[in-house]
Design a protein. Sequence first.
Length: 105
Amino acid sequence: MNWIALIIAGIFEIGWPLGIKMAQQPGYSKFVWILFAVACMAMSGGFLWYSQKTIPIGTAYAVWTGIGAVGTLLVGIMFFNDSANILRLMSALLIVVGIVGLKIF
């Protein structure tokens, strides 16, 4: 259950940079998206707190930030026309390999 909570925390970790980005877009309500970002921060932190009851702090933090970093990178590529060059994607793959390694070992 704690690993599921950690994955949920990582998903919410993607939400707050998305909310900040959307608050900067013309035609979108800044207030609503900033509220969305703050809510995602709170949920992310809450699920991270819960997951650390049985998952070591270093592992939990690395997985949490890794999911947030790679997820945010993918959101940027898919929705904001961020660069998807091979070196960026390979770098993200290294993060994923590190996360899997932390879970396995």
